[in-house]
Unconditional design. Sequence first.
Length: 267
Amino acid sequence: MNPHVDFHVHTLFSADGRSSMEDQCRRAVELGLQEVAFTEHLDLQPDDPFFGFYNREAYEAEFVRCQALFDGRLTLRRGVEVTYQQEFHDQIVNWLTGYPYDYVIGSVHAVRMEALFREDLYRRWNVRDTYTWYYEELERAARSGLFSALGHLDLPKRYSYHIYGPVPWTDYREQVEAVLKAAVATGTGIEINTSGLASRARETFPGPGVVALYRRLGGEVLTIGSDAHGTDQLGFGLGEAVAIAREAGFPAVATFSTRQPVLIPLE
Ligand SMILES: [Zn+2]
Ligand SMILES: [Zn+2]
């Protein structure tokens, strides 16, 4: 598989991480990866279970230590996965100022101050409201221009598949298009998040149809990431992501350094 990069990786610096940064680095080298972005969660809603966990000082110290430890074998990138919520827009701007991030993922994990991973949400909200409100918030994230890429573009699929059943993205074509157009206009990329392949939906987030639409709308910045929370998930499905990228007509996938995209041509 080419390129050998994973641009969505968590470590113990994320509340739901299961492996240390050093272990993730060691596994990356074993897998033949050349470049990895450690994108830890930043959550700003005070009653979120992850609130207050993000520790950038400790992350930085460990990042620098691992960088030295794996020098010449693995390139590490400073990343973050920000939960975008319009309610915390100004705080997010502050967090993204004054630290040398290479890569910033903007993800919608909550809508109307309610966390999307809570299953009871999908029993209280109908499918139309959930996806409509979700894409409205994601469009705000895209318009903000704050992010290198949007995370797992159709995330409700991860948590609601067994309740709503399959929800074709084409049911929300107008909204998905609005998100992607905003992303193109602001130079925001999207990712192919391969964790979806192991979810009930058995499809990347987003699936091939949305990736192809992004390309048709002029999208050029496409990253690939496993969203690994442990070494067992690192690098998962990236070959499939590259195949989807190629099929959609992308000549390259993107990595990031100092928040600038670096395009790696597909062989
Ligand atoms: Zn996420
Ligand atoms: Zn993640």
